[in-house]
Design a protein around this ligand. Structure first.
Ligand code: FES
Length: 106
């Protein structure tokens, strides 16, 4: 018997092509979040809650960035780091892994 995988399954990995992102609700805290597929085998996930004043950030696939609509904060969607604007720190990272072709968060 195999133990069921840990974490929460979000989607089939192949449903999020390279360069795209998927919005989800973080099961750990109920807040909006994004999982991003920046390159080949790599998936990363971040809280969507802007570290400035908490607006939900939007994903911009043309630049692989998160844009905050409230005050123009911009984050690198590959690593959550601030690129410009008022946010004082990076978006909170969420642990993510592909298991048996499914994106899972922890
Ligand atoms: Fe995001 Fe101000 S709340 S930049």
């Amino acid at each position: 018997a195999s133990t069921p995988p840990r974490g929460t399954a979000l989607a089939v990995a192949s449903s999020v092509p390279v360069g795209q992102a998927l919005a989800f609700t973080n099961p750990a805290d109920g807040n909006p979040a994004w999982v991003v597929h920046p390159t080949g085998n790599r998936f990363v996930a971040f809280s969507a809650v802007c570290t400035h004043l908490g607006c939900p950030v939007q994903y911009e696939p043309s630049t692989v960035e998160f844009i905050c609509p409230c005050h123009g904060g911009v984050y690198d969607a590959r690593n959550g780091q601030v690129i410009q604007g008022p946010p004082p720190g990076p978006l909170a990272a969420i642990a993510v892994q592909v298991v048996n072709g499914e994106i899972r968060v922890y």
